[in-house]
Write a protein of this length. Sequence first.
Length: 325
Amino acid sequence: MGLFISKIQTMKSKISFKLIVLLLILSQSACNQTHTKTNTITTMKYNSLTPEEQYVILNKGTERPFTGEYVNTKSTGTYVCRQCDAPLYNSKDKFESHCGWPSFDDEIAGAVRHLPDADGSRTEIVCNRCGGHLGHVFTGEGYTKKDTRHCVNSISIKFIPSKEAVVEKAYFASGCFWGTEYHFMKAKGVLKTAVGYMGGKTENPTYRQVCTGETGHAEATAVEFDPTKTTYEEMVKLFFETHDFTQVNGQGPDIGNQYRSVIFYTSEEQKTIAEKYFSILAQKGFKVATHLERAPIFWKAEDYHQAYYNKKNGSPYCHIYRKIF
Ligand SMILES: [Zn+2]
């Protein structure tokens, strides 16, 4: 009996020893998890970023003032991190600062990390979950009662209205961007368009620089459409049906590489669809001069180029619709 009891005691102490070891291992792995969390940018899966999003979010760049898509947004909803979808700002905290970037006088509690900027004077703000660069925060300017201005790049955030809409992006260059945008902004299912410069090497180019031909940029139109109302195929068809895609480095009277014809695809699916139309056109006997390239950074053009024919109440001289498909 005595032997039996001491055997049970030995078993007990073995069990508690095992328990301690197990606990130690568990606490060790918890430490590792915490450690991994600090390196989130490299270890967690985030939304893939376009080159222009990477320029701001990863490389701490700044979008040009008054060009971001949320400068004047007033709708009710939440602004989430473009990279990791963490909710960062409420629309109720957004205010008009006329500084050229979306401004908020408060953040969602704990969502934004404040850091001394590399410039030694400003305070940088980053997403607390993924570390993505958002912009800077300023105090003492007297804009609102809270006396705080989060100056945030539109491209670092994504607006989620109460009812979320699905959006697909497409980019086309087909000569003078006034004419390209004119047709896309009228197309069914298109939510938004903008004109800009793509495919060259100069950052933040101006129209004047592009016109020298030295930047390598093409005049391009960015199109956002609702894929439940139209398709990328429809966009590609419209692209080919509204310009002379057989002309090399020019469009009608506009001559030069800034007027070249290009489809800038954003996914392998888009690339495959575009290639299908290259073959269809070849079969129809056309010698297609259009290039097919992965979309690089889209540099939004100056305000006076945006929706040009709408402002002027005119129609393009160089882009006339003709049915092909
Ligand atoms: Zn984030």
